[in-house]
Design a protein around this ligand. Structure first.
Ligand SMILES: Nc1nc(=O)c2c([nH]1)NC[C@@H]1CN(c3ccc(C(=O)N[C@@H](CCC(=O)O)C(=O)O)cc3)CN21
Ligand SMILES: CC(C)C(=O)C(=O)O
Length: 374
């Protein structure tokens, strides 16, 4: 079987191969294996490794695929992940060499200014995903399924996940929660051919029942539940898991127990990788709302917020003082004969104020030219 596929890979476009492989393995009823074992081709991302129709690729950097991630995981190399919500943030994350990019539902808080992640809609998420997909050429793209897009039934989850792939151009989706009903939906989405990242520990979409963004797995029984949920999500076919706000010890236990990469946030250093929110790690949190929600586990690798504030303040001061724009930032000139003609025409039509302004500017320009000649 393996030899057959290796041979087929040489002859077939990898997109065709991806479909064929997936169908073959699904037919064999070996879904968990299908998700976790890389056998020499890319078949979980939304584009084949060697694109045929999607334009120039010669200068495109090699994209991160599920296979790349699996190889990193096997070698024990940490996986990096950061959120991004629009074209510029996606370009920044991509250029930094970050492995995975999450279009997180945290967009509701850090971009839309809500107090929780609950209000963001599927349509809003898709708008952000589309923008990110235009900016990221290399990173593996994960679209977060927002609150209300998966809960009703496995069919509901599949419909929403398909939109995330078709309209949002994501490589995979992330589904929050570890209850058995959620694991069923995860399995249904995986069976639809969509790679799923699970998310256990603190699940912000459950804030209504949690009562706040509190660390999870603080008791033995809660911690055990997180381990069990992680295992159930692995069995349901998740290719990776986010572990949010759990003690490092619990994250280490989950990471050792499952055979898929765990990506921690506020979960200590013993996971397979780390994820942080873009605005948090850049220190972009000058806004009082942001300052309030920046979690204490977040290290700030920049002070972008104060840089933005300083720049805006400086601009405002220069506009107020009439210092901006100087000559250097007034690039558009008009030929002297055109200006003369304009002046005559303005005078002829009785537009006296405009004519005076033109005359004044022409005088200044002539004086400057004469001064430059001397
Ligand atoms: N900007 C931002 N960064 C995030 O990491 C993030 C979001 N937003 N929104 C979605 C979730 C929510 N997250 C959070 C938010 C706050 C805490 C936090 O500070 N928790 C406090 C307890 C607060 C309480 O008791 O209500 C703590 O001490 O851990 C943790 C995770 C992580 N995610
Ligand atoms: C905090 C991360 C993991 C997330 O789910 C988000 O940004 O929405």
């Amino acid at each position: 079987m393996a030899a057959y596929w290796r041979d087929a890979q040489r002859r077939l476009c990898s997109l065709v191969l991806a479909g064929a492989r997936q169908r073959a393995i699904c037919a064999a009823g070996n879904l968990a294996e299908a998700l976790q074992v890389g056998c020499g081709t890319r078949w979980h991302s939304n584009k084949p490794e060697h694109t045929v129709y999607s334009g120039p690729t010669a200068s495109s950097p090699r994209r991160v695929t599920l296979r790349t991630l699996r190889e990193k995981y096997r070698r024990g190399q940490p996986i990096s992940m950061v959120t991004a919500y629009d074209y510029p943030s996606a370009v920044h994350v991509d250029e930094a060499g970050i492995d995975m990019l999450l279009v997180g539902d945290s967009v509701a808080m850090v971009v839309h200014g809500h107090d929780t992640t609950l209000p963001v809609t599927m349509d809003e998420m898709l708008t952000h995903c589309k923008a990110v997909a235009r900016g990221a050429r290399r990173a593996f793209l994960v679209g977060d399924m927002p609150f209300g897009s998966v809960e009703i039934s496995p069919e509901h989850a599949v419909r929403s996940a398909i939109r995330m792939m078709k309209e949002g151009s994501m490589d995979a989706v992330k589904i929050e929660g570890g209850f058995s009903s959620r694991a069923k939906s995860v399995r249904a989405v995986v069976e639809a051919g969509i790679a799923v990242m699970g998310h256990v520990g603190l699940t912000p979409q459950s804030i209504s029942v949690l009562g706040g963004f509190r660390p999870a797995a603080q008791s033995a029984s809660e911690a055990l539940r997180v381990v069990k949920e992680a295992k159930a999500l692995e069995a349901a076919g998740c290719f990776s898991l986010v572990l949010e706000c759990v003690p490092a010890l619990v994250a280490a236990a989950v990471t050792r127990e499952v055979d898929i990469p765990t990506i921690g946030i506020g979960a200590g250093g013993h996971t397979s990788g780390q994820v942080l929110v873009y605005h948090d790690l850049l220190g972009m949190m000058q806004h009082p709302h942001h300052a309030k929600v920046t979690p204490k586990f977040c290290k700030q690798y920049g002070a972008v917020g104060s840089a933005i504030q300083e720049a805006l303040g400086a601009y405002h001061q220069e506009v107020v003082a009439g210092a901006f724009p100087s000559e250097a930032f007034s690039p558009y000139g008009i030929a002297a004969d055109e200006a003369e003609q304009l002046l005559r025409e303005l005078e002829r039509q009785g537009l006296q104020s405009a004519a005076e302004a033109v005359e004044e500017r022409m005088r200044v320009a002539r004086a400057a030219a004469e001064a430059a000649e001397q």
